[in-house]
Design a protein around this ligand. Sequence first.
Ligand code: AMP
Length: 570
Amino acid sequence: MGEMYYSEFVDVYDKLFATTKRLEKEAILAEFIKTLAKKDESEWIYLLKGKIFPDYDEREFGISGQLTLKALAFAFGVPENKVTEMYRKVGDWGQIAEELADKKRQTTLFSSKLIVKKVFENLRKVVSIEGKGTVSRKIELIAELLGNASGREAKYIVRTLLQDLRIGVADALLRDSITDAFYHDDKKEMVSLVGEAYDLANDFAVVFEAAQKGKKELEKISIIPGKPINAMLAIKVEDIDEAFEVCGVPAAVEDKYDGFRVLIHKNKDKIWLFTRRLENVTKQFPDVVEAVKKYVKGESFILDSEVVGYDSKTKIYRPFEAISQRIKRKYDIEKIAGQLPVEVNVFDVLYYQGESFLKKEFKERRKLLEKIIKNEKWKLVSARQIITSSKEEAMRFYENALSRGEEGIMVKKLDAPYQQGRRVGYMVKLKPTVNDLDLVVIGAEYGSGKRGGMLTSYILGCRTEKDFVEVGKVSSGFKEKESEGVTYDQITELLKPLIIEEKGNVVRVSPKMVVSVTYQNIQKSPSYSSGYALRFPRISHYRPDRGIKDIATLKDIEKEFVRMQRKAEK
Ligand code: AMP
């Protein structure tokens, strides 16, 4: 028990890399998961996703191409300029690590075999080191692993560190493989049970362990205040007719506030605030914590809400950008809270006084919400809502919402449970037609002239089952001056640490930065790996509050393409 060679992981990585077929991948993973179960180290399962922490944990390696270069030079005793030269030729850190490690093995007689425990430990240390000498300590920890690694092992260690494993293990695949590893009967039920458990835990180690023990243990995984959970997502509709079709009538119609999603957790005197990507933002919003204490009754609860900024003088709501800077803020928090006040609009309750409300009907949850909230304008209120079967009434509500500067409306199914993640159609959004999509930046180009040294053009990607594919390039939307909004300079600073490959003036970055993009049309295009290209794209928002799970999938793009074609034909 407990002992395992890292080479066993590497064998699986290679096998997964070698096939793009979903069923084959699933079989490979299921087999390996059975082996892993015998080791009694459930956290090692994170390595299959190239991670060392659960998905809700935001800590990162913080390893750039530059640091990789230094670690490789140090580990293999090669001058840095030689490594740079190799990089110029090959353009792939993983491959360079492999070559260097193989060469070293040929000349050294002895090196010990890497065990998973050691790899896992060192990787965790790389994340946790802080303070003086951090960089050189990180390099030492990485070099210690590389120095004892075979070529293939070195390649995957480097790829893990750069968060670029390239073996195509998405959450859905891992969930299904865990089910396959332990269950043969009632497959459908177990797939959905494992899926639900994952939505609640956001932690593959927890799900993996429970799945081994059996159905009862999986069912025990529940929501508790303090542990972040995935939010329910909305689908987009074209008009009220479609909204009613999806949600049935009567339905609830609510304002769609233009702020950012916050799940509010409380247990006794402790309050936590989590964004939709499970990031803990409690510290950044002491004013929200205060409001929750004051205006919500109850010892323990989990609420779903949209937090919206407003101008303290004019009392006019401000667009998301204005408060987005509060999300990442680490200093002067009280001061900025005064300058950029927010209002909390609560629209759901998922847990109350020790009981989960996820499976209860929305109308019941809303009733509870109204009982426990004391509405206080500009601080904390329950979302404006009507319940109606009338198209005219819904239309009036919609127009009224727009005239008050809201983004649009949400229509919600009254008897639906709170279904986490997946866009199931229990709530739909209706906005005036601007075509927009959330996408992730997967590459960028340096500008020239006045914009030299800055990354000013961005390659956009959407999600597939396996990884990310390109859907176009965008260079407009950000600003030159800070007073006007997010600048190219700021975006460059944020992108630089994410660079994993550099060729000429083009860089590839690990997919982290989410942006909302408007565009005029979608075309088929051989120039981008998705086969589609956005026409006239423009970045409307930088979205630090969203993660890659939130972005559009290739299927979404295909659907949009078909929809736009149809519209054009009408
Ligand atoms: P979108 O961001 O366009 O996918 O729209 C869904 C988002 O709208 C949710 O994730 C919330 O952040 C936000 N939202 C604003 N008002 C509401 C509301 N009344 N109910 C649910 N979500 C809302």
